[in-house]
Design a protein around this ligand. Structure first.
Ligand SMILES: O=c1ccn([C@@H]2O[C@H](COP(=O)(O)OP(=O)(O)O[C@H]3O[C@H](CO)[C@@H](O)[C@H](O)[C@H]3O)[C@@H](O)[C@H]2O)c(=O)[nH]1
Length: 496
C-alpha cells in the first residue's frame, strides 16, 4: 500500500475520569464513522466499569477498525478516584503506567496493522508529548474542558507575570482579573480554576496544572468540544496561539446527528457510564407536569459533606418544586454522628422527590418534565444542558467548573452562579428564581443557544464542517523518522 493509501490509525488517550472518557468515546465513534482506525486507551479500573454498566462494547464493536487497550492506573482498587483525592490519578499514572504506555506507543507504531499515525491526548500528561516527539508521532490535543476555561488555563502564566496571581487571601476573591484577553470585564479571583485559590504558586498541584497546560501547545492541533457561535471572541484569541483549532461540539449532539445520517441501527442515546443507570426515574418523571422538575447532579467527581447535603436538601424541599437528585454512592463524605435525616425532609421527598444513584443524563435532560438543572458545571453537563434547552443553577466544585459557571450567568445568560455558598435559603431562592421569577428570560436564552448548537452539528454547520476538516488533517498525518537514526527503532515490544 502506498503512503497516500495508508489507513490512518489514531490512538485516543483520555485522562481516566468519567467526564473525559465520555467525550473522548464520542470523538472515537465519530472518527470510526469516517472509517479511521481507532485504538482507545482506558485504565483497567474504568474499563471494567464501562463494560459492566454501559453498552459500549456492542456499540463500538460494529466498527471493524475500533480496539480498546488498557493500562493499570497504579491506584488500589478501593481508591475513590474522586473528591480531594482525584489528583492522585495524575501522580499514580505518571509513576506506574508511564513506561507501559511508552511500550504501547512503540507497539502501535511498529507491530500493528495499520500502524499508528496520530495520538489524540486529553492534555493531562506531559509524557504523551515526550513519547510522541521521540517516536515522531503527530499529536492532537483534545481538551475536554470548555473553550473559556482552556483559555483561562492557557493565560495563567501571564496572570502570574502580571501579579494578578497568586491570590493572597479571601479579599482577593472579588478582585477583577484583567489579563485574560477577551474576558477583561468578566472574571474575578473566585472565577479562576480552583487550583489557583492557593496562595503558594509552588504548590505541587498548581505546578502540575501549569506544566500540563503548557504542554498542550506542543501538539500539532487542538480539538475543543464547543461550537463557534458561543465562543467566537475567545476562539479568535486562541487561534493566534494555536493555528489549527477544530471546534467540533457539542459532541454528544454531533454524534447523534452523524449516526442518524448514517442511518445505523445503533441507539444514539447509549451512554458511557461508569455507574449503573437507574431508569426508574423516567416513569417518575412521566408523572410530573411540564418543565416542573429541577434535576440535581454534581457529576462524577464531586463529593459533599453531610452539612452541604442537608443544605441542598432543605433548600430543594423548601422551594416547593419537585426534584430528581442523583447521589452517587461514593459522593457523601462519611462523618460520625451527623446522619439523622429530619422527618419533614423524608416526608417532603416522598411527595415530590426522587433520589437515585446515577441516571441516563442526556435522556433526563430532554425529558419534558425537566425545567432546570442544579449542576456542578462540569463541561459535559453544561453543554448537554444547553443543547436540551435547560437553564442551570451552577454550584461549581473545582477546577474549570469555576470558570464555566461564571460564563453561564454572565455571558451566555442561561442560568445563575451559586459558587462559594451552600446555604438552604440561597438554594431555595435560586430554585424559585430559575423556575418562576426569571424563568421566561432563561428559557428564551437557552432556546437560542440550543438552536445554535443543533445547527452547528447539522450538515453544513460549523462543527460539522470542522470535523470533516479534522478527519482530512488526520488522514495527512504520518509518523516521521527519528531525527537521530533516520528511522524508528522498531524492536520487540511488550503487550500491556
Ligand atoms: O447520573 C449521571 C450523572 C452524570 N452523567 C454523565 O456524566 C458526565 C459528567 O461529566 P461532567 O459534567 O463534565 O462532569 P465531571 O464528571 O465532573 O467531569 C470532569 O471532566 C469535565 C470535562 O473535562 C470537566 O469539565 C469537569 O470539571 C471534570 O470534573 C456527563 O456526560 C453526564 O451526562 C450521567 O450519565 N449520569
Amino acid at each position: 500500500m502506498s503512503q497516500q493509501e495508508q489507513i490512518s490509525h489514531v490512538l485516543i488517550f483520555p485522562l481516566p475520569v468519567q467526564g473525559h472518557v465520555n467525550s473522548m468515546l464520542r470523538l472515537a465513534e465519530l472518527l470510526c464513522l469516517s472509517n479511521l482506525h481507532v485504538t482507545f486507551l482506558n485504565s483497567v479500573h474504568n474499563h471494567d466499569r464501562l463494560l459492566r454498566f454501559s453498552d459500549i462494547r456492542t456499540r463500538l464493536e460494529r466498527y471493524p477498525g475500533f480496539v480498546f487497550e488498557t493500562f493499570p492506573d497504579g491506584l488500589p482498587e478501593d481508591h475513590p478516584r474522586s473528591g480531594d483525592r482525584v489528583m492522585d490519578i495524575f501522580y499514580a499514572i505518571d509513576g506506574v503506567a508511564k513506561p507501559l504506555i511508552k511500550e504501547l506507543f512503540k507497539r502501535l507504531v511498529c507491530d500493528t496493522v495499520p500502524p499508528l499515525t496520530c495520538v489524540i491526548a486529553g492534555g493531562a500528561f506531559e509524557f504523551v508529548h515526550e513519547f510522541a516527539e521521540e517516536l515522531g508521532i503527530p499529536t492532537i490535543c483534545f481538551r475536554t474542558i470548555s473553550c473559556c476555561s482552556f483559555w483561562v488555563y492557557y493565560c495563567l502564566p501571564k496572570l502570574i507575570e502580571a501579579g494578578e496571581l497568586p491570590l493572597k487571601g479571601k479579599e482577593d476573591l472579588d478582585r477583577k482579573i484583567e489579563k485574560v484577553p477577551g474576558m477583561e470585564t468578566i472574571l474575578r479571583g473566585r472565577d479562576l480554576p480552583s487550583f489557583f485559590r492557593h496562595s503558594d504558586i509552588n504548590n505541587r498541584d498548581v505546578q502540575l496544572v501549569l506544566r500540563v497546560n503548557r504542554a498542550s501547545s506542543r501538539a500539532d492541533a487542538l480539538i475543543l468540544n464547543t461550537f463557534e457561535d458561543i465562543d467566537a471572541l475567545l476562539l479568535s484569541h486562541i487561534r493566534c496561539h494555536f493555528p489549527k483549532v477544530f471546534t467540533i461540539g457539542p459532541l454528544h449532539a454531533h454524534l447523534k446527528s452523524r449516526l442518524s445520517r448514517a442511518a445505523t441501527t445503533c441507539d444514539p442515546s447509549g451512554g458511557n457510564s461508569f455507574w449503573e443507570e437507574d431508569k426508574s426515574c423516567i416513569p417518575w418523571l412521566n408523572t410530573m407536569p411540564l418543565k416542573s422538575v429541577i434535576y440535581v447532579s454534581f457529576g462524577s467527581i464531586t463529593v459533599l459533606s453531610k452539612d452541604q447535603m442537608f443544605e441542598f436538601w432543605h433548600g430543594l424541599v423548601n422551594s416547593g418544586k419537585p426534584f430528581l437528585w442523583v447521589i452517587r454512592p461514593d459522593s457523601i463524605i462519611r462523618e460520625n454522628g451527623s446522619g439523622h435525616v429530619p422527618e419533614e425532609l423524608l416526608e417532603a421527598t416522598k411527595k415530590r422527590g426522587c433520589m437515585v444513584e446515577w441516571v441516563p443524563q442526556e435522556e433526563v435532560l430532554f425529558h419534558p418534565a425537566i425545567g432546570g438543572f442544579l449542576t456542578h458545571s462540569g463541561w459535559n453537563s453544561t453543554i448537554e444542558s444547553m443543547v436540551a434547552g435547560v437553564p442551570m443553577i451552577c454550584w461549581p466544585y473545582f477546577a474549570d467548573q469555576q470558570v464555566n459557571s461564571r460564563l453561564v450567568s454572565e455571558v451566555w445568560k442561561v442560568g445563575l452562579d451559586m459558587k462559594d455558598t451552600c446555604d438552604r435559603l440561597i438554594v431555595e431562592k435560586m430554585v424559585r428564581d430559575l423556575m418562576d421569577e426569571r424563568r421566561e428570560d432563561f428559557l428564551q436564552a437557552t432556546k437560542e443557544i440550543s438552536e445554535m448548537a443543533r445547527k452547528s452539528v447539522s450538515e453544513g454547520g460549523s462543527s460539522y464542517l470542522n470535523l470533516d476538516r479534522l478527519v482530512e488533517e488526520i488522514r495527512l498525518m504520518r509518523v516521521q523518522p527519528l531525527h537521530s537514526t533516520g528511522q524508528i527503532e522498531c524492536h520487540q515490544t511488550e503487550k500491556i
